[in-house]
Structure formats: structure tokens, C-alpha cells
Design a protein around this ligand. Sequence first.
Ligand code: ADP
Length: 329
Amino acid sequence: MTRVFSGIQPTGHLTLGNYLGAMRRWAEVDQHRSDALFCIVDLHALTVDHDPARVCRLSRQAATLLLATGLDPEVCTAFMQSHVDEHTRLSYLLECVATDGEMRRMIQYKEKAARERERGGSVRLSLLTYPVLMAADILAYGADEVPVGHDQAQHVELTRDLAVRFNQRYGHTFVVPKVTLPAVAARVMNLQDPTKKMGKSDESGAAGVVYLLDEPDVVRKKVMRAVTDSGQEVVYDRETRPGLANLLEILAACTDGNPESLASVYDSYGALKKDTAEAVVEVLRPVQARHRELCADPTYVEGVLRDGAEKARAMARPIVDTAYRAIGL
Ligand code: ADP
């Protein structure tokens, strides 16, 4: 059976981008067609200046939301990265096959490091090495597929390179995984600045970010205030009309439609925004309702994470042990 692995960082409140780009597919498709693992990658949240209490709170919230999207612990494995030591054990071995040049070429590293420097802060070494830990997250489980949004594709490519290199040097150890992207909404953009992605950790762009727990009226307000491009016609063109294209993609993803055909349905920006806002509200409604139920039962979520970690550890340990032997330890 195909094995799927993916993760989410508790660096902020989860967004519509996380949901449409990744989480929705995990719940609706991946968990049913594969042997799937979904992880709150809390160690990754330590790569930038962080508040321990906030990371702890956001990790629990991310776990609750993952289950609220419909992940079923009976059919998939949901767990917290820091509960399974195999991730860091393997990460070190992979650091011994990765190069610093490779790490410095990673787009997210360049962007996040620049943001840290702008704030006058220093860049943590873990920010540079984080893609190696991500490679370990994936390779420790022998994952065949990694369903992510477009922004993570480069890291999955690096994971492939490291797996191939390790296998060539030390004998076949790792499955070489492939990335899978959603058909639409692989890159949901910020509603106020459609040249940058809708990201959960970018506080300066929060007005253009729809969070999964935003109240319906807040969602409506954010979508109605979305920046659109100058012009009258509703056309789908990511290059010249990024604001409009973003709304069409969000609407298409929420209604299982196609952005090009939706463009021909509308003759005003106002009507497109109104329908997009309602479609987002409808998509979020059941997730928010289930989230409220789960919040009333925190011991259930804790139990899911504990059992998930146990299952995950049992899958990762033999693979990581094989890697230790292969590399000469
Ligand atoms: P973030 O950038 O919000 O911190 P993560 O690194 O935790 O996101 O990513 C979790 C998943 O959500 C990944 O698969 C990532 O590709 C996806 N994702 C994040 N932001 C977006 C977006 N704006 N559009 C589409 N997918 C996204």
C-alpha cells in the first residue's frame, strides 16, 4: 500500500492556504487511499524566535484542527513530531550527506533568514538545517508520497536528492518519495498582497490571511476587502491578474470547480467576491463545528497523539536503525 507522510508547523494559526493546499486532501483523499501519517512538526517551530508557551498552545490547536478536518485516527496516524525521537536521530545522519551549499539555496531559508535579519534578530542554525529534519520526517517512514502545497516542493526535491545520495553511498535504505500537489490552490496567495503566499507566520500580512477559526463575518470581510487588479473583466490569469486569479482559485477549490470556467460565469468583481466569501464560509463551517466539539474533550486529542506516536515510532525505528547500520554505526 502506498505510504503518505505530511506535516504542518505550529508557527501560527492555521490558514485557508494550509487547508486548501494540503490538509483538505489529507482528510478527504489521502487517509482513505493510503497508509498515511500526519504530523504536527513542532520541532520546526523552534527554528525562528519563539515563545515556548505559544508553541505548546499552537501545537495542541493544530492537532485539534487536524482531527476537526476529518482525519480519522482509526485509519491514519496523527502525531506530534517531538514525541518520536527517530526524527532527530535520522536528521543527524542526513546532515552527514547534505551540504551547506544545498541548504543555503533553499528559498524558504533565504526568505525567513532575511525576515529575521530585518527584525534585527540572529538566524538560528536550525533554520538552515530545517529541510534536513524535514527530509528525516519523510524518509523515516519510507513514505512514497508527500502531499504538500507548492511552497514545500523544493524541500521534497531535496529529500529525494538526500535519499538517492544516501542509497548510492551506503546501500539501498530509503524509499525515494515524490511530491503531490493539489490540482488547484497549490499556492493560495495573501488577499491583501497577492504577490506573496497566504502564510500563517507572517504577522505583517494578517489582514489578508483567512484563518481556519475565523468567524464567518470575519471571513466575509477579509474576502470582500481582497485586493483585485485594475480592469473590469473577470479573467483567469495568474501573471497579469494575480488578485483575481487567487479569488478564482479559492472559489474553485472550495466548490470543486475550475478557475477558468468560473471566470466566464462572472461579470463583476463584487459578485465573484461575494460567492467566494460564502464558499469559504461553507467549507470552514463543519471544520469549526467539529473543532468546538473536540475542544470540549482535550483528553481525547491527547490520547490520539499518544497512540499516534506509538504507532509512528514502531514504523520509523526499523528504518532508522537500518540507516545507522548502513552508515557504519
Ligand atoms: P506555513 O507556510 O503556513 O507555515 P507549513 O509549512 O506549516 O505552512 O505548511 C503546511 C502545509 O500547508 C504544507 O503542505 C504547505 O505547502 C501548505 N501551505 C502553506 N501555505 C500554503 C498556501 N498559501 N497555499 C497552499 N498551500 C500552503
